[in-house]
Every structure is written in structure tokens, then in C-alpha cells.
Design a protein around this ligand. Structure first.
Ligand code: HEM
Ligand code: HEM
Length: 176
């Protein structure tokens, strides 16, 4: 058994920082008292998402967008094989994971952008109810994606006896 270096430090720091920023923003969403914390956590999440997009465009290797292309047909096929217990093991992101990752990046940017516009009421787009609805659906939709993402990570870790969570911490994966 040998190990392979898969996730660079940027990807790992990005991931766990996004988990914290998202969790803080969600935890503080309902309170006027915590609004400044909510807004700052949201801006940090937005900055992380933009930085990850630049990294994905620039980098070669497993962090590069070229390495995990957006292909919904592959994603559905992979999801189906995963449910039937005979999905192929990927060292980087699998096609179903890739689809959810792109959806999270896109919805995350919409969530942060709409939050920014709701907060700076009247600036750029003067449609408060519409913006509140966009912020509501994008943030709760993102939460649903996170739930599917975490279930997918657990399912794949069990099926392939491959601890994906540990790999997102250490950056390394075991190869048979
Ligand atoms: C707020 C919650 C979360 C968000 C927004 C999120 C987002 C993401 C994103 C964007 C990626 C792609 C990483 C990249 O290529 O840069 C990713 C990968 C990953 N996430 Fe999360 N994540 C969340 C929670 C979690 C949690 C709680 C876990 C652990 C239980 C987890 C485990 C992983 C793992 C293992 C990968 C790599 C998957 C693979 O090997 O293909 N994530 N996540
Ligand atoms: C990680 C990013 C973010 C998440 C997960 C998030 C989540 C949420 C949620 C769940 C709500 C309650 C919406 C509802 O149920 O109707 C909310 C409300 C709100 N958020 Fe965010 N948010 C984020 C980013 C931001 C940013 C960047 C800002 C401002 C710069 C912001 C400003 C607001 C404001 C002002 C409200 C109250 C809206 C109202 O009056 O209905 N949010 N946010």
C-alpha cells in the first residue's frame, strides 16, 4: 500500500474555512443582534468561493476544474452505480461529487451576492422582497446541497473503504 498526495494545502484550508464560515452564517441568520457576524461570515464565504474558482482555473492536478469536469450525465450514472454498490473509485472528485461542488460554488455566490444586496438595501437593485426571496431560496438550497454532499462523502467512504474526510485533512490517500 502506498499513499498519494491529492489535496493541496489551499484546497484543504479553503474547505474547512468554508465549512466554518457557512456554519457561522447559518447559525446567526435569524438574529438582528448577530447581523454583523452573519454579514462578515457571509463575506468570508464569498471570498473563499472566488479564491477557489481562481485556483481551479489556474491549477493543474486534482484541484484543477479540468480534472473534475461538469457532466450531469456522468454524475447521474455514477450516482446510480454508487446506490447499487459498484461505482468505480476515483482518486480526485467523482462525477457526482463534481456536480454538487459546482452547484455549491454557483449557489454559494448567489447566496452571498443576494445577501449583500439585501443588506445594502436600495443599492443597485431596489427590489427588497425579490432579493430576500433569492437569499432565502439560495441559502436553504445550499444547505440541502451540503446535506447531500456529506451523505455522498460518507457513502463513498464506506463503499470504497476510503476515508475521504481524513484525506481532506491530511491531503493524502491510500492506494492499493
Ligand atoms: C458547510 C458545509 C460544506 C460545504 C459548503 C462543503 C463544500 C465542499 C466543496 C466546495 C468541496 C470541493 C473541494 C475542492 O475541490 O475545493 C468539498 C469537498 C469535500 N468535502 Fe465538503 N463541504 C461542506 C461540509 C463537509 C463536511 C461536514 C464534510 C465531512 C463530513 C465534508 C467533506 C468533504 C470531502 C471529504 C470532500 C472531498 C470529496 C472527494 O474526495 O471528492 N464536507 N466540500
Ligand atoms: C454563507 C453565506 C450566507 C448564508 C448561508 C446566509 C444565510 C441566511 C439565511 C438562512 C437567512 C434567513 C433567510 C430566510 O429564511 O428568509 C439570511 C438572512 C439574511 N442575510 Fe444571509 N447568508 C449568507 C450571506 C449573507 C451576506 C454576505 C449578507 C450581507 C452582506 C447577508 C445578509 C443577510 C440579511 C440582511 C438577512 C435578513 C434578510 C431579511 O430581512 O429577510 N447574508 N441569511
Amino acid at each position: 500500500m502506498s499513499t498519494k498526495y491529492v489535496w493541496d494545502p489551499f484546497v484543504r484550508v479553503f474547505h474547512w474555512s468554508l465549512v466554518i464560515a457557512f456554519s457561522v452564517a447559518f447559525y446567526t441568520h435569524a438574529s438582528e443582534w448577530n447581523r454583523l457576524i452573519h454579514v462578515r461570515a457571509g463575506y468570508i464565504a464569498g471570498f473563499l468561493l472566488l479564491a477557489r474558482i481562481v485556483w481551479g482555473l489556474m491549477k493543474t492536478g486534482y484541484a484543477s476544474f479540468k480534472k473534475f469536469p461538469l457532466n450531469p450525465v456522468w454524475a447521474v450514472k455514477y450516482g446510480d452505480r454508487l446506490l447499487h454498490g459498484h461505482a468505480k473509485r476515483y482518486i480526485g472528485h467523482n462525477p457526482a461529487g463534481a456536480l454538487i461542488i459546482y452547484a455549491m460554488l454557483a449557489l454559494g455566490l448567489i447566496a452571498v451576492g443576494s445577501g449583500w444586496l439585501v443588506y445594502n438595501e436600495g443599492w443597485l437593485i431596489d427590489q427588497p422582497e425579490f432579493l430576500q426571496a433569492v437569499h432565502h431560496y439560495s441559502t436553504w438550497g445550499w444547505l440541502i446541497l451540503v446535506a447531500v454532499h456529506v451523505l455522498g462523502v460518507i457513502a463513498e467512504s464506506i463503499l470504497h473503504k476510503d476515508n475521504l474526510i481524513l484525506a481532506m485533512i491530511t491531503g493524502r490517500k491510500d492506494l492499493p
